[in-house]
Design a protein. Structure first.
Length: 349
C-alpha cells in the first residue's frame, strides 16, 4: 500500500480536514446535544493528538502552478465562516442551550474562526484578485478585527522580527503581555501605514473607515436580530477568536529577531525569522499556515505551494503542532521551559 505521505498535499486533502471541523460545528449549531461535544473534542483535542502521535509532514510541492480548486476551497471556507457565524449566534441566543453547552459551542466556534477562518482570510488578503482580497477582509471585519488586514500586510510583513513589528513576541514576553500590546500596537501601526499611503495618493480613502464602520454595522445587525444576549455572545466569540489568531502570531515569531546591519537597516527576512511546523493534519486544516517562513519569503504564493525546505540550513521548527503550541503558550512558565532554550540555539546559530 503506498505511503500517503510520499507526495505533496492535494486540494481534496485540504478540503477534507479544513471543512470537517466546520461541518461538525454546523451540526452542533443546528442540532446541539452531542454534536457540540463532538465538534469541540475534534477541534480542541483529537486532531492535535493525531498530529502529536504521527508528527509527519507532506513533501514540498514542485514549481508548478496552483492546482485547480485552490481558490474554490478558499471561497467555500469563507462562505462556511459566515454560515457558522449566523448559525452559531442563533444557537447561542435561542434559549435552548444550557450554559455548559453554550460555553462548549463558543469554544469550538472560536477555535474554528481563529484557526481555520483566520488562516483562510490571511490567504485571501494576500491574493492579487480584488474580489478575493475583499472577501478575506470581510471575514476579519466580521470578527471585529478588520484592522488586521492593513497591519498584517503593511506592517508585519515589512518589519517582522524587529522592534518595529508589534506582532513579533519578544523573548521572555508572555502571551498575556503580548496580546494587549500587539492588539493596540498593530491597530495604531496599521492606521499610520494607511494614513501614509493616503497622503501619497490624493483621493484615496483610508480603509480604516471600512474596518471600523463594518465592525459597528456588524454589532448593530447582531443586536437587531439576536438582541442584547446575542450581542454579548458575539463580542465574547470575537474576543476568543482574536485570541486564537494572536496566539498564532505569538507562536510563529516568538523570540526571533533580524540582525541590524552596519548601514542601520535590518537584514532581509529569511527562514530563521519564523517558527515552522510540519505536522500534517493541522497544516491541512489551517491551509498550510504552519509553513510560515515560506509565506514570508513568498507572500503571494498560494497555500498548496508553500514549502518547509527542511534539507536547507537549520531553521526554527516547533516541537509540536501549531494549535498545541498555542495551548502551551497560554501557560507562560511551561511555554518558556519549552521554547526559550530553542530560541537561544537559533540565536547562537
Amino acid at each position: 500500500m503506498p505511503d500517503p505521505f510520499d507526495r505533496p498535499a492535494t486540494i481534496p486533502a485540504f478540503a477534507l480536514f479544513a471543512l470537517l471541523p466546520g461541518l461538525l460545528l454546523l451540526a452542533a449549531c443546528l442540532w446541539g446535544g452531542g454534536w457540540i461535544w463532538t465538534a469541540l473534542i475534534w477541534m480542541g483535542g483529537a486532531s492535535q493528538i493525531v498530529d502529536t502521535v504521527i508528527a509527519r509532514g507532506f513533501p514540498d510541492p514542485g514549481d508548478t502552478p496552483a492546482p485547480a480548486g485552490t481558490d474554490g476551497l478558499s471561497l467555500v471556507l469563507a462562505a462556511l465562516h459566515f454560515v457558522l457565524l449566523i448559525a452559531g449566534l442563533g444557537a447561542l441566543s435561542g434559549g435552548e442551550l444550557g450554559l455548559p453547552a453554550q460555553i462548549g459551542l463558543v469554544l469550538g466556534l472560536g477555535m474554528f474562526f481563529g484557526q481555520v477562518s483566520n488562516s483562510n482570510a490571511h490567504e485571501l488578503i494576500h491574493r492579487g484578485s480584488r474580489g478575493l482580497f475583499r472577501l478575506g477582509a470581510a471575514v476579519y471585519v466580521s470578527l471585529l478585527f478588520g484592522h488586521h488586514t492593513s497591519a498584517h500586510r503593511l506592517v508585519h510583513h515589512r518589519h517582522v522580527a524587529t522592534p518595529l513589528d508589534p506582532n513579533t513576541a519578544r523573548l521572555g514576553e508572555s502571551f498575556w503581555q503580548f496580546f494587549p500590546r500587539a492588539w493596540i500596537g498593530s491597530f495604531r501601526a496599521g492606521l499610520a501605514a494607511e494614513q501614509a499611503l493616503s497622503a501619497t495618493r490624493p483621493g484615496r480613502k483610508n480603509p480604516y473607515l471600512i474596518w471600523l464602520g463594518g465592525a459597528a454595522l456588524c454589532c448593530l445587525a447582531v443586536f437587531a436580530v439576536y438582541g442584547g444576549a446575542g450581542l454579548g455572545w458575539y463580542l465574547i466569540l470575537c474576543l476568543y477568536a482574536q485570541m486564537q489568531l494572536m496566539l498564532s502570531d505569538y507562536v510563529q515569531h516568538y523570540g526571533l529577531s533580524r540582525r541590524l546591519r552596519e548601514d542601520g537597516r535590518h537584514e532581509p527576512v529569511g527562514p530563521r525569522h519564523s517558527w515552522d511546523a510540519p505536522h500534517f493534519l493541522s497544516s491541512l486544516m489551517m491551509v498550510n499556515a504552519p509553513r510560515h517562513s515560506d509565506h514570508h519569503a513568498h507572500p503571494a504564493r498560494p497555500y498548496p505551494g508553500l514549502r518547509l525546505d527542511r534539507e536547507a540550513a537549520p531553521r526554527p521548527m516547533l516541537p509540536y503542532s501549531l494549535p498545541v503550541m498555542g495551548a502551551i503558550a497560554t501557560v507562560p512558565a511551561l511555554w518558556r521551559q519549552v521554547m526559550d532554550r530553542r530560541v537561544a540555539r537559533m540565536r547562537a546559530g
